[in-house]
Design a protein around this ligand. Structure first.
Ligand code: ZN
Length: 288
């Protein structure tokens, strides 16, 4: 057994946000609530449940407040919401007692960031400083996510130093967890190993989370590569729901069922009841 492989990992379920937002039709609020509660019962300790994007841009997630108010999960389940901008933060803080962690984000690639949220990376990071302060002042956990960390569909390879430089700025803002997204599935296992080895060295004390996409079939191989260099925090989507809306058609979150079963068979604990995750995935398919 490799010396850096962790004995246990955390898996955050992102299907209720990353997944539902990429479905063509909106899922009725009561179904979302029921599915999130099924996921919590499957053993997840972290679930991303809502995004406060403008409702006209993402009608699929317009019911964030209602979902948050409706869900009943055990006290040790951390609920996370995605915050795109200060208006989204205002909306989230109006229901502040319904969740535990707030996630702010940027794309490492200038072009992807512009196409996704219509701001430069520097403008985004400048806004994020103020948002981070407000999130921390509320006693919430601050997460940051860096999209296109392993490559950009428009710019190609994104320099490692650029990505880790952004990560260091988020750490300075007070983020205790930083997620690295392979937004369009461009990572490969060798690069992932180099990337996370460097990241773990440069960001001591910060939890580093790997979020891979299966666009080119390399999602699980990348997760394995990250695990072997010591990464113990992952994100995935039950039933393989979702992906990324920019560019259109680039889907492919790795399936939680696949990720968790790989880890469990390797002797790495996930805390998940696989049968219950699969049952929730089947239930989601029947709703969609
Ligand atoms: Zn994703």
């Amino acid at each position: 057994m490799s010396s850096k492989r962790p004995a246990a990992v955390q898996i955050r379920e992102v299907g209720p946000r990353d997944g539902f937002q990429n479905e063509p039709e909106s899922i009725p609020t009561p179904d979302k609530i029921r599915l999130i509660e099924m996921l919590a019962a499957a053993g997840y300790k972290r679930i991303e449940v809502a995004s406060f994007v403008r409702p006209d841009v993402l009608p699929q997630l317009a019911d964030g407040e209602e979902v948050l108010r409706g869900i009943r999960v055990p006290a040790d389940v951390e609920l996370m919401v995605l915050i795109p901008n200060t208006r989204g933060l205002d909306r989230a803080l109006a229901v502040r007692d319904t969740f535990h962690a707030a996630s702010i984000f940027v794309s490492a690639s200038e072009t992807h960031n512009m196409k996704n949220i219509n701001r430069t990376v520097e403008q985004t990071l400048a806004d994020d400083v103020g948002m981070a302060r407000r999130i921390l002042a509320e006693g919430l956990k601050l997460d940051a996510v860096i999209a296109t960390s392993f490559g950009c569909p428009y710019e190609g390879k994104v320099p490692l130093d650029r990505v880790l430089g952004i990560a260091e700025r988020y750490a300075e803002m007070g983020a205790t967890e930083i997620g690295f997204g392979d937004t369009t599935g461009m990572a490969n296992p060798a690069y992932v190993a180099d990337f996370f080895s460097a990241a773990l060295e440069r960001l001591p004390g910060v939890e580093l989370t790997a979020h891979f996409h299966n666009t080119r079939g390399q999602g699980l191989a990348n997760a394995y590569a990250a695990l072997e260099v010591g990464v113990d925090s992952f994100e995935s989507s039950f039933g393989e729901l979702g992906g990324c809306p920019v560019p259109v058609g680039s889907t492919g979150n790795i399936a939680t069922e696949d990720l968790a079963s790989m880890f469990e068979e390797m002797g790495v604990e996930t805390g998940l009841n696989l049968d219950a995750v699969i049952a929730a995935a089947r239930e989601a398919q029947s709703v969609l």
